[in-house]
Design a protein around this ligand. Structure first.
Ligand SMILES: [Zn+2]
Length: 283
């Protein structure tokens, strides 16, 4: 028995880890990408069929435009770092959905939804780049896979994980149901943890910089969000306190600006003031 347990532990340590692009953080990865993608596409399809797409052509086009630029940044980054093979996991889609909740979410494989309720806070293109950068960040860091893997580990214990994986689909399917809350409120954000949220911010900053958006604008966006945090902002309910997140973002700005300035031939410093950096106004 001891030997079997040892075998599983060794198996997990060999095959149960992957690393997050850009940040390089090691993460638990016990569920296969194809299982996660199959589950999330199924979930996404049923959600998008019932969702009300925004009839606001200008803002729908803007969400699509900014989303494509962020997706292009992912492609550029993966190509520049010799990781092109990772690109096949993503088929990006960016939708603006009529919903008053102040929120946006991402599903594995690059299906991203922005609610119209967040537009008064994004206030145009650069604010959307912050939100979409963050959501794409969750996708490329495979945070959903990580959450499911943590769930597997919790349910079955480390030693049983290998056995659970051996049985594949039915086990993973039932775990998927827990994680995605199938049959309840479709389309609700996955319960990412704080570490993942801050990591998505970090990745978002880098991606928006590669895409040509000044990362300094992330600070005023989150300040606008935090001014409303007394009210029921869904986006904040699953996210870290704004002070923590703004502090972390400020620390990461020099790194992001290095991408922005080098790629786009700029000399923008990290800004301490938040005025004049709200980008294009559409309201
Ligand atoms: Zn998030």
């Amino acid at each position: 028995m001891k030997n079997i347990v040892l075998f599983f532990i060794i198996t997990i340590s060999l095959y149960g880890c992957s690393s997050v692009p850009i940040t390089g953080r090691q993460q638990l990865s016990l569920v296969s990408d194809s299982e996660v993608l199959a589950l999330s596409l199924q979930e996404y399809d049923s959600y998008i069929k019932s969702a009300k797409k925004s009839t606001d052509k200008t803002n729908s086009a803007l969400v699509e435009k900014v989303g494509r630029k962020i997706a292009d940044a992912v492609e550029a980054y993966f190509k520049a770092t010799g990781q092109e093979t990772l690109l096949s996991s993503y088929q990006w889609e960016f939708n603006l959905i009529e919903d008053s909740q102040v929120n946006a979410f991402c599903m594995p494989g690059g299906k991203i939804v922005v609610y119209t309720g967040i537009l008064p806070y994004t206030q145009g293109e650069t604010g959307l780049a912050v939100v979409l950068g963050h959501e794409v960040g969750h996708a490329i860091a495979k945070h959903a896979n990580e959450r499911m893997s943590q769930q597997v580990a919790l349910e079955y214990g480390n030693a049983a994980v290998g056995a659970a994986l051996g049985k594949a689909s039915s086990t993973v399917q039932s775990i998927g149901s827990i994680v995605y809350g199938l049959g309840t409120q479709v389309g609700v954000t996955l319960p990412f943890n704080r570490k993942q949220e801050l990591e998505a911010d970090h990745l978002g900053l880098i991606l928006m910089s590669i895409a040509g958006y000044d990362p300094n604008t992330a600070v005023p966006f989150w300040e606008r969000m935090s001014q409303q945090s007394g009210s029921k902002l869904e986006f904040l309910s699953t996210h870290p306190s704004d002070n923590t997140r703004i502090t972390e973002i400020r620390k990461e700005l020099p790194e992001a600006l290095e991408y922005y300035n080098t790629i786009w031939g700029k000399t923008v410093p990290a800004s301490s003031s938040s005025s004049n950096s709200n980008g294009n106004w559409h309201f």
